[in-house]
Design a protein around this ligand. Sequence first.
Ligand code: PHE
Length: 462
Amino acid sequence: MNIQTNKKHPKGIYLLFTIEMWERFSYYGMRGILVLYLTKSFFEGGLAIDVQTASLIYGFYTGFVYFTPLIGGWLADKYLGQRKAINIGAFTMMVGQIVLFAVNSHAGLYSGLILLILGNGFFKPNIATLVGKLYEINDHRRDAAFSIFYMGVNLGAFLAPLVIGLLSDDVFATKNEAGEIISYGYRYGFLASGIGMLLGQTVFVAFAKKYLGKLGLEPANGNGKNLASDKEKPVNDSLTSIEKQRISVIFIFFLFSIFFWAGFEQAGSSLTLYTDKYIERTLHLPAVGQYVIPTAWFQSVGPLFIVLLAPLFSMFWMSKRGRNIPVSIKMGTGMVILGVGFFCMLAAVAQRGGDIDDVTVKASLWWLVLTYFLHTIGELCLSPVGLSVVTKLSPPKFASLLMAVWFLSSFFANILAGLLASYVESLGAGKIFLYISIFVIICGFALIALNKTISKMMHGGS
Ligand code: PHE
């Protein structure tokens, strides 16, 4: 089929890129101010919830957004089709953000969060499945397509904390004469998140027919573009042994990726706390003088690297050499690189002379930037590739459901990440970084070692 040799991507990928960018803008923007909104006093524009409860709410929220995709994925496969599910999800999330904006009370908070959790369940697995459906099964552009899609994710994730932080801390903040903030405009951050979602959905509704044709309109009916061929389709409703083996491979990747994300998600917890206390954030700029970089801005570093590097990775996966690297090797390498990234944090710990409490002793911010750089490379080896392979290995009737299983790894990972981070106080950050590093490196090599077995179980799917 000449689709295989055609280098240009179908236009639909850019449409999916756009809606995913706005959805992630909405997600990461809201997430970036959530803990602040929860903990600040009423007077300051918050809900005056204590820090421990706020952390719990945050943990459950970020965990459960990746649990509901199981339900949304199943409903899409069985009854809705991906397109309808995406629209329901986007609309529900938009309403959730508006509720957070309009009702500044505990009732408003919980209803808003529940709507966001439900909406994400409908949205996230199905948009990724649709990306996979744009390509034939052995189309070598598939991994590259997911890298492009992933750039959309991260463009949104990069811009959101910057824009929404500006709205809450500046444009809609009330300041005293000295320019100090008296109250924050968090609710306008939620409004902006809602508007972002609305923009994404509007673009999707307007152009889906033109650029996606009939893709994802019907619930899975067996003619999705993935590995199931008519020849091997069972007469009854059960799975063939090949399909079963391919699903087992998805579960193997799922298990490994839990540990990857548990390490990766330290970014929002232990790494952020470490940055806040022990990384030298004061810059001495010639014209401006002293400037302290806000801790939160470091949340945009990873996504920025992704946006810069994703095109290179996308090109590499499409090249002759990149095309022939088996998935387990790509993902295993990603895990090893994540582990090596933590070594840079160990260098930061060493620069400070160990885990000492004295906050006046700081480490260079370049260790942190280097850590995020390596974590980003690891992420690009594992995450888009993982999305891609799931769409490839799933029998069509379970495409979205199995995509949801992939996201479920983030549900477990977020919980594990929180647990790991909670040991920082008692064990010291250095030990935690070291343990995570060694563990993910071992996992990475194990995955690389399993390559032959896994490739066999994929039956031509790599
Ligand atoms: N940055 C990715 C995203 O928001 C992180 C992620 C990867 C989340 C895999 C869930 C699953 O899409």
